[in-house]
Design a protein around this ligand. Sequence first.
Ligand SMILES: [Zn+2]
Ligand SMILES: [Zn+2]
Length: 121
Amino acid sequence: MSFADKTLTCRDCGVDFVFTSGEQEFYAQKGFTNEPTRCPSCRQQRKTLGGGRGYGDRNGYGRNDGYSAGRGVYSGERQMHSTTCASCGREARVPFVPRGDKPVYCSDCFQDQRRSSVRGR
Ligand SMILES: [Zn+2]
Ligand SMILES: [Zn+2]
């Protein structure tokens, strides 16, 4: 295999940069089939920005000031959904989205159900 220097255009800043034969060899060894799409400085910049993980993108990190959309999004806090208990008709709060194909019970009735199903066999 032989490689020759290539001039590519950075898709971020539009600057022409050289994809050297040495780099092409390196890419080939790594099994990369794609040519780099960014100039070295843009690549470097993206690396320092946190390895492709959209820093400052809208994944809600660092914001927990109780806005409606932010509630329950955090891992660690379970999102509760309120529905009607199938047994007593009171409000039941459950950590999953009630889908209607199963009866949902409030915590009191849920415990009763469990107890009676254990006892009732
Ligand atoms: Zn660039
Ligand atoms: Zn109930």
